[in-house]
Write a protein that binds this ligand. Structure first.
Ligand SMILES: [Zn+2]
Length: 363
């Protein structure tokens, strides 16, 4: 017994542990526990492939995965995370080979009707970065992919950048080495290295998202002032950060579709109802006017659970949208709330990692 015990116990423990993780993953339970199980399976799956030679797939319901992209460029800028262009191309080629990429409208409609073909994916881009046009668009065209672009329309005039990018630009560019915000969030930032600046960006943006929009606007301006950066100096006119309407029209002519993403990218749960209504309706109207098309989908800025609520969902519905996309992680099964669709934010991942995320985020 002793000998056998010594020999089999480690393997036995492994199997039990893995079984427990699979159990939590499939049964569900608390979201954080499930998220941990997902993380574990993504990172350690191949270790256990000898134990579970077949990947068990939950096939009870059809589901659709909606990928969320932001910037696509190879600048390797530590402050502005982006997906490297060749990596983006690999990801798109993989999707085209293994999945069926459907336009947002068709995908959501078929999901709601319970009429989804297997392995469906929707590709979306948020905010309206210019590199979506210069870098992503040629690849999307090459592979004949229909993507949906959610535009924050206040920045498409060719001069403005979004408020969170302003903060990011200012902390990166400033020659000052400290930022004292003790009268705002009780913190003093030292900006003497890239690492400290990155941490400062993360912390300042995090705290700005948590306050009412009116205060956020005021403190956003104060942050720029204290860093000695002018709002107007943000965007180099020769190489603007955001799309303009002319480029958006080219995307449209190339078969891409569009959704609204507010005008100034506020956290909608932190705005007044009147302000939220204006932001939602005016972004829809701007796209419809400039691009001559019907806008039926909406994406919540930031899109975490705390960034929108029932009232905001109601406003989106009333403004004539058919569906709304969040940044809540996961895939969408039949019966999902069409005004709180889940998405999977894509990172600068190589293909094996991208594959794993797609495989495990399916459930
Ligand atoms: Zn956004």
């Amino acid at each position: 017994v002793g000998r056998c015990g010594v020999k089999f116990l480690p393997g036995f423990k492994n199997k039990l542990g893995t079984l427990a993780v699979y159990f939590i993953f499939y049964i569900g339970g608390f979201q954080p526990i499930r998220a941990f199980a997902r993380y574990f399976l993504i990172h350690h799956n191949e270790k256990f492939s000898n134990i579970f030679p077949f990947q068990i797939r939950k096939r009870r319901f059809q589901s659709i995965q909606i990928l969320a992209y932001h910037r696509i460029n190879s600048q390797k800028d530590e402050y502005f995370s982006a997906i490297d262009i060749p990596r983006f191309e690999n990801q798109v080629a993989y999707l085209v080979e293994k999945f069926r990429i459907v336009p947002a409208k068709e995908g959501v409609q078929r999901l709601l009707e319970g009429d989804l073909p297997p392995n469906c994916v929707i590709v979306t881009f948020d905010d309206g970065y210019r590199d979506n046009f210069t870098n992503a668009f040629p690849i999307l065209k090459k592979y004949n992919v229909d993507a949906t672009f959610f535009l924050a329309t206040g920045c498409l005039n060719g001069s403005d950048v979004l408020w969170h990018d302003q903060v990011c630009c200012a902390i990166r560019k400033t020659i000052r080495t400290t930022l004292d915000l003790s009268d705002f969030n009780g913190k003093k930032y030292v900006l003497s290295s890239d690492r400290l600046r990155e941490q400062a960006i993360h912390s300042v943006l995090w705290d700005l998202r948590e306050i009412p929009n009116e205060r956020r606007k005021i403190w956003g301006r104060i942050v720029l002032e204290r860093l000695g950066i002018l709002e107007t100096s943000m965007d180099p006119p020769k190489n603007p950060l955001m799309l303009n309407w002319h480029e958006a029209r080219s995307l449209r002519e190339g078969g891409m579709t569009f959704g609204a993403h507010t005008v100034t990218h506020p956290i909608l749960s932190q705005t007044t109802i009147e302000e939220a209504k204006q932001e939602i309706e005016n972004s829809k109207l701007a796209i419809e006017t400039h691009l001559q098309l019907q806008v039926e989908s909406f994406a919540y800025p930031s899109g975490r659970k705390a960034d929108f609520n029932e009232k905001i969902k109601e406003l989106v519905k009333e403004s004539g949208f058919a569906c709304a996309f969040s940044m809540i992680y996961g895939s969408n099964e039949f019966g999902v709330d069409p005004f709180a669709l889940r998405r999977i934010p894509v990172g600068n991942w190589d293909l094996p990692y991208f594959e794993k995320v797609l495989a495990w985020s399916k459930f």
